[in-house]
Design a protein around this ligand. Structure first.
Ligand SMILES: *[C@@H]1O[C@H](CO)[C@@H](O)[C@H](O)[C@H]1NC(C)=O
Length: 241
């Protein structure tokens, strides 16, 4: 496991997690109003769960990886030391939950890393529990079509989330929005051999988050394959622009 060094500078707090410098650097930044707890499937070598509010972490990404990162929100530890979260929970009672499936809905950050090439996307295929942006710093697309673009979902889906897709916490407060496939479990909302098509709900999700994948099989935008980026900024709750 990585050794953590917490450097309290000004804001944002800089987290340096020592390790072998790799070719692919992620900058995790948490601009949300709470500590987020990251998880991944499959697990990522040195990734530690906690990302405090206003933390900025420089992270050496594994050189080879194919999988998803998500965050858990609304987390707490109860009197019997059982850790749980309102969204993205793993059901195991502890802070680490690599390799487990999250409870839905979760915003997924999907990566295929084969250093120095990184493929990346923001996916709403299993709904949304956080707003996020992936911004490559430099780099060019493998197909030669230009610089590596930013992708994000920086709008909360609450305003377009159908009643049956609302995820509420115990107090009845909105904490996320399920995908139509996960909420309705009907073939027409899922990419299961009967075609993969935009539906009336994913159309609305798309309207808010055009650079995110909003249903299984969503062709737009293409998954970007980026080479030569200095780093990738992964920002949770990016400032509204
Ligand atoms: C803490 O949560 C766990 C899992 O829900 C539960 O089994 C346990 O009874 C809880 N402890 C207390 C003190 O509420």
């Amino acid at each position: 496991m990585a050794k953590s060094v917490f450097l309290n500078l000004f804001l944002p707090m800089l987290l340096l997690r020592a390790g072998v410098r790799s070719e692919v650097i992620f900058h995790f930044e948490n601009l949300c109003s709470e500590t987020l707890y990251r998880a991944s499937k499959p697990s990522i070598g040195d990734l530690e769960p906690d990302l405090p509010r206003y933390a900025y972490e420089i992270f050496n990404m594994d050189d080879h990886y194919s999988g998803s990162i998500w965050v858990r929100t609304g987390c707490s530890t109860n009197a019997s030391n059982y850790f749980s979260c309102e969204t993205g929970d793993c059901g195991n009672g502890i802070m680490e939950c690599a390799d487990l499936n999250p409870s839905l809905p979760v915003t997924l950050l999907n990566f295929i890393v084969s250093a120095p090439i990184v493929s990346y996307e923001v996916s709403l295929v299993h709904g949304q529990n956080i707003m996020v942006r992936i911004q490559p710093n430099g780099g060019t697309l493998m197909d030669g079509s230009g610089p590596c673009p930013m992708v994000e979902c920086n709008k909360e889906l609450s305003s377009v989330c159908p009643l049956k897709c609302l995820a509420l916490n115990k107090a009845g407060i909105y904490v996320g929005c399920y995908s139509p496939c996960d909420a309705f479990k009907e073939p027409k909302y899922c990419c299961n051999g009967q075609g993969c098509q935009q539906d009336e709900y994913s159309l609305k999700y798309k309207g808010l988050c055009p650079s995110a994948h909003t249903y299984a099989g969503d062709p737009q935008p293409p998954t970007y394959h980026c080479k030569g980026a200095d780093s990738y900024d992964i920002t949770f709750c990016p400032a509204i622009d």
